[in-house]
Design a binder for this molecule. Structure first.
Ligand code: ASP
Length: 319
């Protein structure tokens, strides 16, 4: 059995490539790195890698992580600027004996010394998004942060090896130096090949309050299915945050166990995810809610998919 699951529709092309590699008997790590890099490299996905959304100083600071479910090795970079593929730097860091998580200038020095591609990650399109948002915030007193998303993935190869990884530009208009959940073990991601893995997207500040990815893996270890583990984790953190703080930010999680079974839970309308396994072609699902608050999945229609790409790539004008 093999499988790969990821947050958001933007992961579809990546997981399709990854699934092909897994089908050919390639390893979970190579398939996962290829899958995430595909998302990082596509400039129209505006919250990951090239074309990622800038911080309040109009600089693109990226967070990424890598975890190997066999060895439990972790590598992560946070607030790194001007490197094309943060996930590959995170993977490389996971092979170091110590110094596995590097931030800012230290991460950039490491990447440079290790021959990673330096690239100006701020695109003209991202600048337009920045100026437009700045104007909206000034004129309409909008909250600046919406427009974030992380690609988080978990995969399983035919040899039972699992990996997890994340990559994101974090919150749009975040403060310089702000780090979200995505590079933080147990929050943005976690994987153990003896059990399974999980990854998160949403408001990092709230996701971190529940160590959500670790919690899902822990529940799967106790015998819960990936779906049960995701739902339990999201519902209970959502409830707790509302009870204690009056509100909960966006919390969306995906998971896969070491049998290739998968699950997803969210507290927001409009969440999508992409999955492919030995038994299932690459598919995008949308999470919907019934009146009683329970969730179900719908395969994204052709119309939805077409509209998605159309809106992502539509010409952008500065307001
Ligand atoms: N969780 C990410 C962060 O807070 C953003 C996202 O996934 O939407 O940096």
């Amino acid at each position: 059995m093999y499988g790969i699951i990821a947050t958001w529709r933007m992961a579809l092309e990546g997981i399709s490539e990854g699934a092909k590699m897994l089908d050919q008997g390639q390893t979970a790590d190579d398939a996962l790195e290829t899958a995430i890099r595909a998302v990082e490299d596509f400039e129209y996905y505006k919250s990951v890698g090239y074309g990622g959304l800038p911080n309040e100083e109009m600089e693109v600071e990226l967070d990424a992580a890598w975890m190997d479910g066999d060895t439990l090795s972790i590598g992560a970079v946070a607030a790194i600027k001007d490197y094309a593929n943060p996930v590959s730097i995170a993977r490389k860091l996971s092979t170091e004996p110590v110094n596995n998580m590097l931030v800012g200038a230290g991460a950039e020095k490491y990447a440079h010394k290790n021959g990673f591609e330096r690239k100006n990650m701020l695109t003209e399109r991202a600048k337009i998004h920045y100026y437009n948002r700045k104007k909206e915030v000034e004129e309409l007193e909008l909250k600046p942060y919406s427009g974030h998303d992380t690609v988080g993935m978990v995969d399983l190869d035919q040899f039972g090896h699992m990996c997890a990884a994340t990559s994101t530009s974090g919150l749009f208009m975040k403060r310089a130096g702000r780090v979200g959940d995505s590079p933080i073990s147990g929050s943005g991601f976690y994987v153990d090949s003896e059990v399974g893995g999980a990854s998160a997207t949403g408001l990092g500040e709230d996701l971190m309050k529940g160590c959500v990815s670790y919690e899902i893996v822990r529940l799967m270890k106790e015998g819960f299915t990936p779906q049960q583990a995701c739902e339990k984790t999201v519902r209970s953190l959502d409830r707790k945050l509302k009870e204690r703080r009056g509100k909960a930010g966006d919390l969306s999680l995906i998971a896969m166990n070491n049998k290739g079974e998968w699950g997803c839970a969210t507290n927001i309308e409009g969440f999508s995810f992409a999955v492919a396994t030995e038994k299932e072609e690459p598919t995008v699902y949308l999470v919907k809610f019934k009146e009683d608050g329970s969730q179900y999945f719908e395969v994204a229609s052709k119309e939805w998919m077409d509209n998605y790409m159309r809106t992502r790539t539509a010409p952008l004008v500065r307001k």
